[in-house]
Design a protein around this ligand. Structure first.
Ligand SMILES: [Mg+2]
Length: 215
C-alpha cells in the first residue's frame, strides 16, 4: 500500500480568514510588546518594519524579542493562550471535516502560525483530531514559509523520506517552491492569479475540490 502524507497549510487554505482575525491576533501581540518593552504603541508601530528587516523575520514578536531581550516562548504562550477562539470568528465546518476524514494517508498541519493558535483554530473548525500532528513556526526555530530552512525542518520532523507520496496544500504559491524542488506534489488553493502559480502541480479554487486531485 502506498504510504501517503498530506501537508496542509492552515490560514486561507482550510478556512477563509475572517476580517477580525488578524486584528485580534495583532492587537494581542502589540499590547504584549508594549507590556514587555514599556514602549508606546506609536513607537512599536514605527520600529516594527525596521526590526523585522534587521532580524530577517516577518514575525513581529520575534523581531521585538531579539531587540529587547524578552523570552519569546513565554511571550507567545501568554498571548496565544489568552486568545479566545470565538473572538476569531472561526466556526465548525462539517463539509471540511468529512472531506478530510475521507482522505487516506497521514495528515499534518504545517503553518506559520504559532502551534497554540493553530490548534485553537482547528479545534473551532472541528477538525483538530483529524491531523497526526500540528507543526507551527515555533517548532521550526521560527523559520517561516517560504524559506527553505522552514521546509527542511518540517521534512525532518515528519520524516518525509519515509513516505511514497507527499502532497502539500497551500494558498500561497511561493510557499510551495521548496517542497516542489524536492519532488512533493504541490496543490495551490485559489484563483490562479497568484504570482507563485508556477510552483503548483495542481490548482483548485477551494479546499472542497481536493478530492479531484487526491483520490
Ligand atoms: Mg495560508
Amino acid at each position: 500500500m502506498t504510504k501517503r502524507l498530506i501537508l496542509f497549510d492552515n490560514d486561507g487554505t482550510l478556512y477563509q480568514i475572517p476580517r477580525v482575525f488578524f486584528n485580534t491576533v495583532m492587537d494581542n501581540i502589540y499590547s504584549g510588546i508594549i507590556k514587555a518593552t514599556g514602549k508606546s504603541m506609536e513607537d512599536v508601530l514605527r520600529e516594527n518594519k525596521a526590526l523585522k528587516e534587521k532580524y530577517k523575520t516577518d514575525l513581529t514578536a520575534r523581531a521585538f524579542s531579539k531587540e529587547y531581550g524578552f523570552d519569546l516562548e513565554r511571550f507567545n504562550s501568554h498571548i496565544y493562550e489568552n486568545i479566545n477562539p470565538s473572538d476569531l470568528e472561526v466556526s465548525r465546518d462539517q463539509k471540511l471535516e468529512s472531506l478530510l476524514g475521507s482522505l487516506e494517508g497521514e495528515k499534518v498541519i504545517y503553518t506559520n502560525n504559532h502551534t497554540t493558535l493553530a490548534r485553537k483554530i482547528l479545534n473551532s473548525l472541528g477538525i483538530e483530531g483529524l491531523f497526526e500532528d500540528v507543526i507551527g513556526v515555533d517548532q521550526l526555530d521560527y523559520f517561516s514559509k517560504p524559506s527553505s530552512q522552514s521546509f527542511q525542518l518540517v521534512s525532518e520532523k515528519v520524516g518525509l523520506s519515509n513516505f511514497d507520496e507527499v502532497f502539500f496544500v497551500e494558498d500561497k504559491g511561493i510557499n510551495l517552491k521548496p517542497a516542489r524542488e524536492l519532488g512533493v506534489k504541490t496543490v495551490l488553493v485559489g484563483s490562479g492569479k497568484d504570482p507563485g502559480r508556477e510552483y503548483a502541480d495542481f490548482l483548485i479554487p477551494t479546499i472542497y475540490e481536493l478530492r479531484g486531485v487526491i483520490q
